[in-house]
Design a protein around this ligand. Sequence first.
Ligand SMILES: *[C@@H]1O[C@H](CO)[C@@H](O)[C@H](O)[C@H]1NC(C)=O
Length: 228
Amino acid sequence: MTLKISSFLYICLVSLLLTTVLALSLTNSPNRRDAIQRIILATPIATALTQATQPALAYTPDPDPLRESLYLMSRVQEATVQQERFVNKATEQDVLKNKMKLTLRLVEKNYRLLDQITFAAEYVTPTSALVDATTAGFESAEALQNAIDYVKSDLKSGPFEKDQKEYITSNLTECRERLFDFLSYMPPDKLQAARKRVEEENVANRDEFDGDSDAGVYNPVVLPWKNR
Ligand SMILES: *[C@@H]1O[C@H](CO)[C@@H](O)[C@H](O)[C@H]1NC(C)=O
């Protein structure tokens, strides 16, 4: 019922907005363009409409919440491989920190590994493995958080030392491997579908980059489940 009323209101408001814009565009006021723009900028509905016309920029989650969660976990695994590549090439702490910061923030905010583990734990099979599975999942999230914290607070300036490299690498590997353990208790068909989505999106991104002058910038990693 609430939904029906709000849809109705939405339609009324959109009609009102369009009528106003149309009326203004028909007047001969020299400032009518400004006026139209002001209305459009000031109206949240217009924002919604603008967003609706740009589907390519919007993130569309999988309608199946478990598959979505498995997709995000697979993206975390991919990210650990990408980050390890940075770590292996690094020679200066501050350069590495800058490179890792952006991706790690994305991983933290968008993939929310701990939330995914908590959510997907409901689907662990067999249920007798619940403790093993969630332990693996939480250790994975902990290792990732540890790597993030290390990059944030222990990387400073000066040469990137061997023990630092070993530390971050071991946390990233631990995150990925413990996540594999957790994922082994997930429905295989959904996991496969989630991984396929990662693969397909990467191919689509690569094709997009091929026509771009910055093509060399895009350098995907071998997805970790590919060589197991
Ligand atoms: C991070 O790596 C260090 C060094 O190998 C290890 O001692 C520590 O237990 C790891 N932390 C987590 C949470 O895996």
